[in-house]
Write a new protein. Structure first.
Length: 129
């Protein structure tokens, strides 16, 4: 994890936004919180996107140079931003991505997908049929 922190600090000091993908939301929250002091020494803001409230996720993207999250959280926010026109990411582009435990993402969770569900008007009327 310290290698991930060091790499992200170097990128952030060059002016890049850094997204760190972890293998779970628990690790993303832990790493963002546990490493906040290290980032602060370099004047870098850090947060995570593993929050249910979309406004809190917007704040995480707009107010921080480094954002931690699991793959599903980044997928969700990118899909909401691009396809549902919900401005979750603001003006943040995916500049640099650091994948922590890439073996877990590619091997163990290689078949995982995220689905964005939505309400279909009048679908409840079909239930009685």
């Amino acid at each position: 994890s310290l290698i991930v922190v060091a790499a992200s600090i170097i990128k952030a000091l060059k002016g890049e936004k850094v997204d760190i993908i972890t293998s779970s939301s628990v690790l993303a929250k832990r790493d963002a919180n546990d490493n906040a002091d290290i980032y602060e020494l370099f004047g870098i803001n850090v947060s995570h996107n593993c929050k249910e409230d979309v406004e809190l996720r917007k704040a995480a993207y707009s107010g921080n140079q480094v954002v931690y999250g699991d793959l599903s959280s980044f997928q969700r926010d990118h899909l909401l931003h691009e396809f549902y026109n919900i401005n979750v990411l603001g003006d943040r582009n995916f500049g640099s991505v650091v994948v922590d435990e890439v073996d877990s993402m590619l091997l163990d969770k290689g078949n995982n997908m995220i689905y964005l569900s939505h309400d279909i008007p009048w679908l409840d009327k079909l239930e009685s049929l």
